[in-house]
Write a protein that binds this ligand. Structure first.
Ligand SMILES: C=C(O[C@@H]1C=C(C(=O)O)C=C[C@H]1O)C(=O)O
Length: 395
């Protein structure tokens, strides 16, 4: 007798309230007998034949696409040009959304295309990308969102290491967090941008969902909660309300914390569901961040300048001369040349008391005439000027 027949009989004797509820809610027979399965399969058979035929066509088309990417690779190699072209990929993704007749939602189709481009790119060369490790960090997730999975990820233990690895050509690109919707700017990234010769060549925005994780899902013996300081800050109110007496300990990354929790039942971690799966942890409570719309924006850094895409932004660091009205004068060229500002942040200039560096993002690409005119004037008006690059805007 099949196990589900035994289950059915048991249920007939003592109806299980949970299954009864599910059956009522879903109106699906949970234990179809062989005949029902056969009936379903018979009706599905012609649809499956069509799906198999389409898959065969898709395989052919995808391989045709890969061959073209290989040919592109040969041309790039001949002229010693970079394999990864973020502006071209942004263009491809934009066209996907424009041409999509549905019913597939454009953002799902775009996610598929990211992977298609990733494997096509890998036919030219697997791009090396430095990220904040170990495996399971949000930075790794952001890297996959930007580059797809067919890459060579190099895990670094600090943001400084990522900058150094890319500066020393250990990786072509690095992915680092720059700002969070709750906690604001990531200061270490901001400070390193000031001195690095690297450029910004892309950005990635990621929804951040923090979960409280422990090896068996039991908090009774837990004495320490570990996480990156940003994650601890983003869950501050929730932790204060639910675990006010458990010590909080900052660690290098949330994934590192998850790794620690894997080996120690007295330690709980705050990390993503990917980290939970990577380190075999149980979720004690899901979504513990204080703001449900918690997002982090990451930037892609590299030596490569980015061409124009359908929608670009440019990032600058400026300092004003020390005189009245200097900030107004500094920004006036943006308004004059019709350039709209997207972000304005300041960081103290550490060597000088109470002087600041201003980090400015605005819409447009450095190759556009109005942007060039505004930048020339901005540079004239500032005591310090550094252009960090132009790159495609992503949502
Ligand atoms: C094919 C190219 O190379 C890479 C792969 C792309 C793709 O698969 O569509 C797009 C841009 C590049 O990162 C290209 O430059 O056109």
């Amino acid at each position: 007798m099949h196990w589900w027949r035994i289950w059915k009989r048991l249920n007939a004797i003592t109806p299980n309230p949970i299954t009864a509820q599910i059956n009522q809610a879903t109106k699906v027979n949970p234990m179809p007998d062989n005949q029902a399965l056969q009936t379903v399969d018979t009706e599905l058979a012609p649809l499956r034949v069509q799906i198999d035929a389409l898959d065969t066509q898709l395989i052919t088309l995808l391989n045709e696409r890969a061959k073209l990417a290989q040919a592109v690779g040969h041309v790039k190699q001949k002229y010693k040009q970079p394999v990864f072209r973020p502006e071209r990929e942004a263009q491809v993704l934009e066209k996907i959304a424009q041409r999509n007749p549905g019913p597939l939602p454009s953002h799902h189709l775009q996610a598929l295309w990211r992977e298609v481009m990733s494997v096509c790119r890998a036919m030219e060369e697997a791009v090396k990308v430095a990220f904040l490790g170990p495996a399971g960090t949000y930075t790794e997730q952001a890297m996959a969102k930007q580059f797809g999975h067919a890459i060579h990820g190099i895990d670094c233990s600090t943001i400084d290491d990522i900058f150094r690895t890319v500066e020393a050509d250990g990786a072509a690109f690095g992915v680092v967090p720059i700002e969070n919707s709750i906690e604001g700017a990531i200061n270490r990234t901001m400070d390193l941008l000031l001195s690095t010769p690297l450029k910004i060549c892309g950005e990635v925005s990621l929804a951040i969902n923090h979960h409280l994780l422990q090896i068996t899902g039991d908090m009774s013996g837990v004495t320490t909660i570990v996480a990156h300081p940003q994650a601890l800050a983003q869950c501050h109110h929730w932790l204060k309300e639910h675990y006010p007496h458990i010590e909080q300990k900052p660690v290098g990354s949330n994934a590192q914390g998850a790794q620690m929790a894997q080996n120690d039942p007295t330690t709980a971690a705050i990390a993503s569901d990917i980290a939970a799966a990577t380190y075999g942890l149980q979720t004690v409570t899901a979504g513990i961040q204080d703001d449900a719309n918690n997002r982090t924006r990451f930037i892609v850094i590299g030596k490569q300048l980015c061409g124009t895409s359908p929608n670009d932004k440019t990032s600058l660091i400026l300092a004003t001369p020390n005189k009245a009205g200097a900030l107004y004068d500094l920004l006036e060229p943006l308004a004059k040349h019709g350039v709209s500002m997207l972000r304005f942040e300041s960081r103290p200039a550490k060597q000088k008391g109470w002087e600041y560096f201003f980090y400015i993002d605005f819409a447009g690409h450095i190759e556009q005439a109005n942007v060039q005119a505004a930048l020339a004037q901005l540079e004239d008006n500032s005591a310090f000027y550094k252009c960090l690059g132009s790159y495609p805007v992503t949502s």
